[in-house]
Design a protein around this ligand. Structure first.
Ligand code: 5GP
Ligand code: ZN
Length: 115
């Protein structure tokens, strides 16, 4: 699995940096965001280093489908019943701060801190 030694999320995948994991499988990892916008805010990331959504190729289609399909499963597991928001920021104009593809999944009662 390709990893970038300078990437913070690759370090989480490798267990070099701690994270509050909520799900782990062959393709992805999901963990609580360190600075949540909402009562429940998790990040779903591929195990392999893909810098951003604009770097994906057709071979990544099953991975992307898996990430999206996981969102409702995780929200249910975490007790979110009133709906949730999914978000992928891409590149500087998209507001992406961490250069490893990740999908935000946010839920829980409003008001939220952001979003
Ligand atoms: P972006 O702006 O790139 O879409 O979102 C990056 C997200 O990663 C932010 O919501 C930020 O709080 C979160 N984040 C950054 N560093 C860490 C970390 O070391 N651990 C965890 N759990 N979340 C992080
Ligand atoms: Zn990475």
């Amino acid at each position: 699995m390709n990893a970038d030694p300078n990437c913070i999320f690759c370090k989480i995948v490798a267990g070099q940096i701690p994270a509050r994991k909520v799900h782990e499988d062959d393709l992805v990892l999901a963990f609580h965001d360190i600075a949540p916008w909402a009562p429940v805010h998790v990040l779903v990331i591929p195990r392999q280093h893909i810098a951003m959504l604009s770097d994906v190729t057709p071979e990544h289609t099953p991975l992307l489908g898996h990430m999206l399909a996981l969102a409702p499963v995780l929200m249910k597991q975490l007790g979110v019943t009133g709906g949730f928001r999914t978000l992928i920021n891409t590149g500087p104009d998209g507001g992406q701060e961490v250069g490893h593809l990740h999908m935000h999944v946010m839920g829980g009662p409003r008001p939220w801190k952001k979003g």
